[in-house]
Design a protein around this ligand. Structure first.
Ligand SMILES: *Cc1c(COP(=O)(O)O)cnc(C)c1O
Ligand code: SF4
Length: 443
């Protein structure tokens, strides 16, 4: 199968275009100026139910929707397009709206480590045991998700995290024996050629880093392009590479991103999963919980069950990040928790390896354990699954209940406390990191 994708420039050439109403085509044209979109031919041909496209989770996941812009912004772009078409005015307006959509949430820059006097661009090291690596070849995706916080990487050039010369990374790994896992991420590293995987795997496994146990690959290829593991010209080589690496005693885990149970129904994805698992590689699954896509416990329960049936391990349910078209997809913390709870309650223990709902915010990955009552006060019970400071992990704390909290920034400490237990230390860490940003500005 030859990879092919549709974007703003050619979506009218889709064989299914006749199924999209004129109003929706216009919405794609207007909103698509601001929010980049890309849909793989596999998604278009095999996943979207075109007879019911308006409610189809994959259509909403990959094609711009009117509600993703405020009506003011929508009308502004619409008017400029009508008045002067693609022009400098349009470009400026688009840039302005994009910047207002919080392109770099949660201080991601903050996680780039300093090593031997310079910043290790292309690496993020936030949690002691796990280092993220952004190979430059993996900074795009087979298709773009409309909810994704990585969209600035595809649109605003200066915001790219990636690493071209990877050797400083190996030196950094050697100097940090606490790191047990390297998580290769992007964009979507699944887009890389096998030769690239070979290069990076070899570096990681042949450099004598005995504390490295696991290589994870964060990818949505199983959703958008399962042929990556079946019929692509270097698919077999990739599987052989997996096999060889696993034989060396390294765990490989594909952190697969699935947003809806229907992704798991095609013969293509099932074949790809079978082939991956046969190499000894594990597949763990994760997804944000999103309005319009997967906002019911029933959908999640079905998704986890199907995943377990296919040999996958449910891992994370995330709260969507506050960036891009966040408002369109956002669920309150309480709604997210209820969805998780409903799903968790209706599956067997074998599916309950999943953790969530979890917010990846500045201090760490924050697990919403529940909404409960303590000493007569309605509260959120929370704990860190991961934390910027390892001592914070697993500590339970409480926030005042609020029905319209969407993110940590909407929460206040319960029981009249002035701040959360981590606030002071977090602020201290922030201010010491300011010097770092300053250094960076000088280059
Ligand atoms: C989620 C995440 C990790 C991995 O966390 P695990 O709990 O080990 O899966 C590592 N680094 C960052 C920045 C993350 O957001
Ligand atoms: S990085 Fe992942 S979630 Fe974001 S657009 Fe790419 S495939 Fe989608």
């Amino acid at each position: 199968m030859k990879y092919h994708s549709y974007t703003l420039n050619n979506f009218k050439k889709m064989p299914q275009i006749g199924k999209i109403s004129a109003r929706h085509q216009h919405d794609i044209e207007v909103v698509g100026q601001v929010l980049p979109f890309k849909a793989s031919s596999y998604l278009v041909d095999k996943l979207i139910d075109w007879d019911n496209f308006e409610e189809d989770p994959f259509y909403i996941l990959n094609f711009p929707q009117r509600g993703m812009l405020t009506s003011t912004n929508y009308n502004l772009i619409d008017e400029i397009l009508k008045r002067e078409g693609k022009s400098d005015t349009l470009k400026k307006k688009v840039e302005q709206i994009r910047l207002s959509l919080n392109p770099n949430p949660n201080g991601q820059k903050f996680n780039v480590p300093e090593f031997e006097g310079s910043l290790l661009d292309g690496v993020q090291h936030k949690y002691r045991e796990t280092m993220l690596f952004f190979p430059v070849e993996g900074q795009t995706c087979h298709a773009f998700c409309t909810f994704c916080f990585r969209w600035p990487q595809f649109t605003l050039k200066q915001k790219k995290f990636s690493m071209q010369n990877s050797n400083p990374m190996i030196a950094y790994l050697k100097a940090n024996p606490d790191i047990q896992d390297v998580l290769i991420t992007g964009g979507d590293p699944g887009i890389m050629k096998t030769s690239m995987f070979e290069k990076y795997f070899e570096m990681l496994t042949e450099s004598g880093i005995s504390h490295l146990h696991t290589i994870r690959i964060g990818t949505k290829a199983l959703t958008y392009w399962p042929y990556r593991f079946t019929t692509d010209s270097d698919a077999d080589d990739l599987l052989r590479l997996f096999e060889r690496t696993v034989k060396k005693g390294i765990n490989i885990s594909i952190m697969a991103h699935f947003n809806h149970p229907r992704v798991l129904d095609t013969p293509e994805v099932q074949e790809a999963i079978g082939r991956i698992l046969s190499t000894g590689v594990q597949i763990r699954t994760q997804s944000p919980v999103l309005k319009h896509i997967n906002d019911s416990g029933k959908i999640w329960a079905e998704m986890w069950r199907k995943q377990v049936d296919l040999g996958l391990i449910p891992y994370y349910m995330f709260i969507a990040r506050d960036t891009g078209s966040h408002e369109y997809f956002a669920l309150s913390l309480e709604e997210a928790y209820n969805i998780y709870n409903d799903a968790y309650n209706s599956v067997s223990g074998i599916c309950r390896t999943v953790r969530g709902p979890s917010m990846s915010c500045d201090p760490g990955k924050l697990h919403i354990i529940g909404v409960t009552e303590v000493m007569g006060q309605k509260v959120y019970a929370l704990r860190f699954i991961q934390a910027r400071k390892p001592e914070w992990v697993n500590k339970i704390f409480f926030a005042k209940y609020s029905s319209d909290a969407y993110w940590l920034s909407d929460l206040e400490p319960a029981f009249g406390e002035k701040e959360f237990f981590f606030t002071k230390e977090l602020n201290e860490m922030r201010s010491s990191q300011h010097d770092l940003c300053h250094t960076e500005g000088v280059h």
